[in-house]
Ligand binder design. Structure first.
Ligand code: FAD
Length: 428
């Protein structure tokens, strides 16, 4: 039996929750995070029912009140400033959980505090992993930027979409051609906005944006641009953005955008990256979360799927890493089997949901590029809005319920499960 720790690189949602699940079982874990403050990076904040179900199974719900959180009221779509449809949360009806906004930095701080409380867990913040240590073709640990070498039973690369460890492990990322860039702004409004808790997407002549009231207050805005566009967006000031947002909005919202011009932050350009590593593991190393499969921000999947990855990984790893492994345990055989199982379990859901995100992006693009189609749709009146709303709600099922049954969790709604070609959960 070896007592080497599992080293998890990256304390985003994938790394932090996996560290907690393993550490709670008494498995020695070292969680290494390069930044010192989770709020310093952009972090998504929408939890869908399939992410909430995993948090529940992890025993993390209800979240402490100190973590800013609020249920989303619903989804609203505007065409050239006119409402196409709106649908309240939860989309499924009933009293199940709907989409919930949380402050991801506050959630991560909470998770790290829980990990620190586990006796055999160490959290190193402000420490960057610089290199992998190899023993023949097996990954045997990591080297930190300060030169410290750390041997590991297993290295989990949960270091995000640009994962340096994925590259060092020579695990090739198959990327899809970027379909858009996102300009990300915040409005530090001190009063409620006319969005009133609705996630609002507007498309028209001027462009396409989505906006919602963040869990910690203020309004978050994502403005869609063609990939790599370096047009004059840097030269547009708050008043310019206020005018552009207003041009796509109905009167009350348009007035509000103009009034907020001075509070609109300078945009951050977030190139959207989508893909999957051709393999998610090699002996001694597992890729998890965005490191294995960078996701588009469409319909808020990345945080949720990172949690689902961590849940599945823990189910496979606890039996082989816990208590030094079962009798006669051969780490060289048992660990690779567990890693291969994790990839087999997760790949179908990730591929299926990436396809659905891409389909939604194509529909948005069509509306953006076809003013005559938008005009025709507007002229049809409410019957078309109702029809599109019904179809949209149906298409959202897998993006909210997941595509596969995760071990130890209720199966997704029949509608969501039907799309996956029959992927089933099996034991590791
Ligand atoms: C604009 C935008 C909006 C989004 N909105 C949502 C949303 O509303 N809901 C949702 O579900 N998803 C959303 N996402 C996606 C979501 O934020 C990510 O998919 C999710 O954070 C991935 O989690 P992760 O743990 O895999 O990686 P990350 O959250 O990227 O965490 C990786 C961590 O690794 C650390 N790290 C990197 N390299 C090293 C190193 N060498 N050494 C040590 N540490 C290292 C980083 O500092 C980071 O903390 C959005 C994404 C974008 C771009």
């Amino acid at each position: 039996m070896t007592d080497l720790p599992t080293v998890i690189v990256g304390a985003g949602p994938a790394g932090a929750t996996l560290a907690l699940l393993l550490a709670r079982q008494g498995i020695p874990v070292v969680l290494i995070e390069a930044s010192t403050d989770p709020a310093r990076r952009f972090r998504g904040e929408a939890l869908m029912p399939h992410g909430l179900a995993v948090l529940e199974a992890m025993g993390l719900l209800p979240l402490p009140r100190a973590i800013p959180q609020q249920p989303l009221e619903g989804w609203r779509f505007l065409l050239d400033g006119q409402e196409l449809f709106q649908l309240p949360e939860p989309l499924e009806g009933g009293d199940g959980p709907g989409c919930t906004l949380i402050s991801q930095p506050a959630l991560l701080r909470h998770l790290l505090a829980l990990v620190r409380r586990c006796p055999r867990a160490t959290v190193l913040e402000g420490q960057r992993v610089q290199a992998l240590l190899w023993s023949g073709d097996r990954i045997a640990g990591v080297r930190l930027a300060d030169g410290t070498a750390m041997e590991a039973q297993l290295v989990v690369a949960a270091d995000g979409r640009s994962s340096a460890l994925r590259q060092q492990a020579r695990l090739v990322l198959h990327s899809q051609a970027p379909s858009f860039d996102l300009l990300w702004f915040q409005v530090d409004a001190d009063t409620r906005s006319p969005l009133e808790g609705w996630f609002t997407t507007a498309v028209g002549q001027e462009g396409l944006f989505s906006a919602f009231e963040g869990a910690s207050g203020g309004v978050q805005i994502g403005w869609v641009q063609p990939p790599g566009a370096r047009n004059s967006d840097r030269d547009i000031d708050g008043a310019g953005w206020g005018r552009r947002l207003a041009a796509l909005s109905p009167p009350e919202l348009a007035v509000w955008w103009r009034e907020q011009s001075e509070r609109i932050s300078t945009p951050t350009r977030l190139p959207v990256m989508v893909g999957q590593a051709e393999r998610w593991w090699r002996p001694g190393l597992l890729l998890l979360g965005d490191a294995a499969h960078p996701l588009s921000p469409v319909r808020a999947q990345g945080l949720n799927l990172a949690l689902r990855d961590a849940w599945v990984a823990a189910r496979a790893l606890i039996p082989v890493l816990g208590d030094g492994g079962p009798a006669g345990w051969e780490p060289d055989a048992a660990l690779p089997r567990a890693l291969a199982w994790i990839e087999r379990q997760r790949r179908p859901e990730i591929s299926g949901l990436q396809e659905r995100q891409a389909a939604e992006t194509r529909r948005g693009r069509l509306l953006l590029e076809q003013p005559l189609l938008r005009r025709w749709m507007r002229l049809q009146g409410p019957w078309l809005g109702n029809l599109v709303a019904r179809r949209w709600r149906h298409d959202q099922t897998p993006l909210r319920q997941g595509l596969v049954a995760l071990p130890g969790l209720p199966a997704p709604a029949p509608d969501g499960a039907r799309h996956d070609g029959g992927a089933q959960s099996e034991q590791p």
